[in-house]
Ligand binder design. Structure first.
Ligand SMILES: Nc1ncnc2c1ncn2[C@@H]1O[C@H](COP(=O)(O)OP(=O)(O)OP(=O)(O)O)[C@@H](O)[C@H]1O
Length: 274
């Protein structure tokens, strides 16, 4: 579906993306993570054909990104822009719908993005979260195989974010490929099947969510010397030692959070670059 080979993008002296090789297959749900400036938006822009590589290649559905966009194989929810404040939600969708030869229709898009109740509201009067849902509805109109979302929930409150992911979950059940970037690691943890972490324009991790987290566990216990809290790849060994060699009790072993893994990965690359 999406394939990049040695994909590199430079802006003057800055290498925003540096030799990225990724392959995303049909139906995958991929979370794209990385600190500010890691290269996430640059990668998304290249996949959407909004910018061209300095070197390397990117193909979408076997063709160029521009062809994929033209054939409505790919739909995008970007962070900003593209909406007219004086037009209603429904009319915005109707205008864009007119440009599609094969469309799910305005009503279905309103329903999928949970906008039916506010369809007559002017875009300028919609909250940031509602405008993002409208961008999502626009992306769905052309029945795309691939949905790309660049930090789709930025600026939404917790309840609205929850609602947004709920509506997106319905799309995953229809077998769409979804690639999204986010700074909310718990969203990625709940929603993505696979995580790609970018740092300084390079892929520093690319693994199924469960594998990424399964390697390490957190062992916590109480003891006469105070609380014990260890993150380790050998949780069973550590637990055995604590229970047989020390007076530790009330022992728990829990999976590490994606945040723990993310922090460790980025700290490691900081050390490598120090
Ligand atoms: N048009 C541009 N001109 C110059 N430098 C750019 C341009 N676009 C991006 N960059 C630089 O490329 C690097 C990667 O930026 P990018 O926006 O892809 O990161 P990001 O991971 O999306 O960050 P954020 O999480 O802050 O959105 C940064 O150093 C950024 O300053």
């Amino acid at each position: 579906m999406i394939e990049t080979h040695s994909l590199t993008k430079r802006f003057g002296q800055v290498t925003a993306l540096d030799g990225v090789d990724i392959r995303i297959g049909p139906g995958e749900i991929v979370g794209l993570l990385g600190r500010n400036g890691a290269g996430k938006t640059t990668l998304i822009d290249l996949i959407l054909g909004l910018t061209t590589p300095s070197s390397g290649t990117v193909t979408v559905g076997g063709g160029t990104p521009k062809q994929a966009v033209r054939n409505a194989r790919i739909g995008a929810v970007m962070q900003t822009g593209g909406l007219l404040p004086d037009v209603s939600v429904r009319d915005t969708l109707a205008m864009i719908n007119a440009t599609h030869s094969d469309s799910i229709g305005v009503e279905a898009a309103l329903d999928a993005a949970r906008l039916t109740d506010i369809k007559n509201r002017k875009v300028g009067k919609c909250s940031g979260g509602e405008q993002q849902r409208l961008r999502f509805a626009i992306a769905l109109l052309g029945r795309p195989d691939i949905l790309i979302l660049d930090e789709p929930t930025t600026g939404m409150d917790a309840a609205t974010r929850h609602e947004f992911w709920d509506s997106l979950r319905t799309q995953t059940q229809q077998g769409r490929t979804i690639v999204f970037s986010t700074h909310y690691l718990e969203e990625a943890e709940q929603f993505a099947q696979r995580i790609i972490v970018l740092d300084r324009g390079e892929v520093i991790a690319d693994a199924p969510m469960d594998k990424l987290q399964a390697n390490e566990k957190r062992v916590q216990a109480a003891s006469s010397k105070g609380p014990i809290d260890v993150t380790t790849a050998d949780a069973d060994g550590v637990a055995r030692e604590l229970l047989t060699e020390t007076d530790a009790h009330d022992l728990t072993i829990t999976p590490t959070s994606l945040e723990d893994v993310f922090v460790r990965l980025t700290e490691e690359t900081d050390r490598d670059h120090a």
